[in-house]
Design a protein around this ligand. Sequence first.
Ligand code: PLP
Length: 765
Amino acid sequence: MTQAVAFILAPKNSGLERYREKAFSLLKNLDKAKVIELRGEDIPFMVEEYSRKGKNTIGLTGEDLFNEYCVTENSNNLEILERIEWSDPNTLYGKPALCLLGPKDKQLNELAKYLSICISAKYRNMAEKYLKTLEESGFCFRKIYVSGCVETGYSEGIADLAIDIVYSGATMERNGLRVYEKIKESDFVIITAKNEPKPRQSIEGIEKYSPPTDGRRGMLRLDFNENTKGCSEKVIQALKEITADEISAYPEYGKFTSKLAEYLEVNEKELLLTNGSDEAIKLTMDVFIEKGEEVLIPEPTFRLFGIYAQIAGAKISKISYKEDLSFPTDEILEKLDENPKMLVLVNPNNPTGTAIYENDLLKIIDKAKNTVVLLDEAYYQYYGKSAKEKIRQYPNLIILQTFSKAFGLAGLRMGYIIANSKTISLMKKAASPYSVNAVAMKAAEAAMLDTEFIQEYVKEVKKNREAMVKELNDLGVETFPSEANFILAKFGKKAETVRERLLEKSILVRDAGKYPMLEGCLRITIGTTEQCKTSLREIKSALNEEALIFDMDGVLVDVSGSYRVAIQKTVEYFTGKSIAPAEIQEFRELGGNNNDWELTEAILLKRKVKIPKEKIKEKFQEIYEKQGLASAEKALAKSATLAGLKKKFRLGIVTGRPKKEALATLEKFGFLGYFDVIVTDDEIPEGKGKPSPFGIRRAMKILGTKTASYFGDTVDDMEAAARAKIKPIGVIPKSAASEKLWELLVKKGAVKILYDINEAKELII
Ligand code: PLP
């Protein structure tokens, strides 16, 4: 080690003593190093933390724990400095090894495809990664993570396989297991954090702004307020005519700037071209903000203001927009008394769409004599107003505009600053000399000359914006007054459903829910009439979406060979007498029992045998699990049926099964991915089981839907659905087909009876 080490993080475990000592003997310059003892598994994480805080640190640990950490944290910031070979003749492999263990007398390919596996929680992620390859080859695992005694899980019949560290192999053998595959061997390692350059302090706390930069092509992009029609044909024409000379030389800005000045009716000395207005924001912060100076940002607004201010080391003060998302003029005026260094104004604002009243804006600019006013007018074409004529009177006013939005040139990155000529010449000192490229300039020139294209597009957008607002309001969706080419719409709990549904139809909208005050809001760019119609149609269908909710047993899964057998055997166990399946069916038809434990209890009571609930449950589960009854279950629904229904409806389950079992069963049949919500017995309070509508209501609340159907096979299912004010649909599986049940279900409100759940497709579509 070349550099002196300040901290050594070493494992507490005395079993590692030999390796610890060896590691110390390898390390030099350790006089001043402090040794801190930790659990081996905490060491990689803590080495990273210590190093992040600038402390020169190394750690001693097992390679298994180091690997696990790298998988878990996806970290490649740590490296192995020295490997100390683990060599112990008493071990099975000479060193600890993470292994897949299975029954001694079998091979992996002789086992069933659905297996439960006990995994040492310490190696959770390495195990998951390893199991993925087995899953790809058709295995399906129910994973049980435990902190110790992994192998006993197998010997006690809880699991079919195990993943754990094998050392001498004695525990494994004692439990009837052998190694099926070695996943990873482990040496003892000295680790350290890679030397990464330390950023400025202001950068460290910044939360990265990550707008999607990939995967938007070919989609209907209503998420970034671009021109959804593209750009003017004249731009494409101009680009086709670009010459090699124009590209090979560094860009010359004079001619273009004077044309832009003429277009904007300002002086060319009052203009500075930037690489999109993003660069203009950054440049303004760089020029004016000294570390610790105050930047006032009304919130919510475009995120890059905060980020660039933070990079500049500013002290950011936020002032909230009003509840109706109108501009907080009075608060800003008051705050200006404190002379903040900069005030950010976005007019119209993104993401709210709301504008600052003209009078208010003038009052603010007039009061802000000692404050730099950064006024972003990215959407000025839609608003139709700009404050640019004020720059001569106010040298502290800096206006940003862009070719990204109405002009449709977002991909070329061209923006500009309009300010007092003195301010511009000051800002030029800090600007990159060639940040705008020749191609962008060529395109921008053609774009601004095609005034007709812009005027028509802006007119169309404004018309469509009003129509869209009306349509959304008619659907009960609140919107906010917009002066830009987008609207902010409040979908509340349905926002995510709407966004996802639109995405499924290749329509992108922006989730604004992460901005302060905008929970449940989506920002939707307004485009052509056709595009608005398309998005509206999908929004409507997402909002009106009906949900289909299913009972599990007897509807999706045939439990005649599992739960029914468990009922039968539990009753037999407590009464010493056998019971016919037909009698169990009769009890089911009678209703009043939320799950099969309760049903068993009812049968026992009828036979005058009173057993505490807990005892019944325990025995029932023991029979169900020990006798592997789950493996006798069959799927009643076909994957194709569920996949078809999922395309049109949101699917849910309300079942009397415990969560763990429900999930394992759904996973086993490959059904898990079809359901957006699964309400299980353990989520339903005592006394609120079916026929109470509690479970169904809960599922509907999570789904955010008011219309649904519930598919069930008992009278209680029908009653619960009717009480939840949704359509009860009876399902009578072949194994239980009886006229009596048909009558009972209809009597309890079933609007339809299916003899096969796969008929649901025809029934509903
Ligand atoms: N300012 C506002 C208010 C914006 O909404 C955006 C883009 O979304 C920008 C600036 C950035 O635009 P440009 O593409 O010019 O960097």
